[in-house]
Design a protein around this ligand. Sequence first.
Ligand SMILES: [Fe+2]
Length: 355
Amino acid sequence: MSSQQNGYAGPPASPHLWSRDGFNGDICVTARPHPIFAYTEARGPHAPHRLDLSDVELADRDDPAAPPTVIATSRNEVSIAVSGRNAPTPFAWRNAENDELHFIQEGELDYVTDFGTLRAAPGDFVCLPRAVAYRVAPVSTPTLRVIVETPGQLLLKPPAPFGMLNLSRDVTHPDPSLSSRVDGPTELLVKAYDGITRYTVPHDPLAIDAVLGGQIPVWKLNLTAIQPLTYLPHGGPPGSFAETTDQDLLLYTLSARPGARPPIHHNADFDELIFYFRGPGAYGALTSPGQLAWTPKSVTHWGPTEDVPQGYLAWLCESKGTFRLTAAGLAAAQPMETGQFGVQPVPANQTPVTI
Ligand SMILES: [Fe+2]
């Protein structure tokens, strides 16, 4: 049956790819008599969902002391939160056990850190390793951020020292000459596995005079500066630009890669979380900025054509730890079909399936 006959856009629904270790391990490719990604119903927690980040109820929009809203957590203790902060953080923050990767979806913010100040704008990833203290001051609002927390150590690790990333030009660090200078006692919140410990300290813990040696561990990199990897003319798997040392998380740009539409896929070891940053082009049914498409591991998915002439920007977080949406995430999410990452059609006479 042709793609026109079966009603699905794009090339025929074969082949089907089963793969280990994300895109880096064993594979087996099959041809099948019909596409196998569609489903008419899914009851239970291991089902694809999509959500609009701006639909998440964000307590920190109006309350500067409120934490970001966690929308998903993994079995390997990774969390994904969303923040809409409009006012400066009224304390310094230090994560004792997790590295943090922030992605700026909207707005501009100053990250005032142990090592000086870094200004972040839409499309920027900002990495704040564990034991680094910082506070955030919005520069232009509204702001919208995705915050990934991982117990693993996050490292930039492109496939080669140059090509995908220009490390010297595009990876930047806080400016130590722009030091925090807050007079009087400061509140410092330290987060560990069992909650937050609040310290009151007599002097600004972020104040810095100079860096005397070593490398500032906080870095920034814009999504637009990461060159997508593909294999021409047919296309192929993307390549990751960053990962945790235990490879629990792998991070990719997935921005309008040239080549053929990916095959229908069973990702044996990783959940796939795709964040559509912005167009102008659409990525299948992902058309408005700030969309998340989550496909749990082993769930059949095809995915839209990536070779979109108008271009779009998106990033992928692969996670070995199986994710689940929290109540706050579910409240903003809808079941997702995995052909175009659209909203899963609800069967006639049924209410939408929820977990
Ligand atoms: Fe996939």
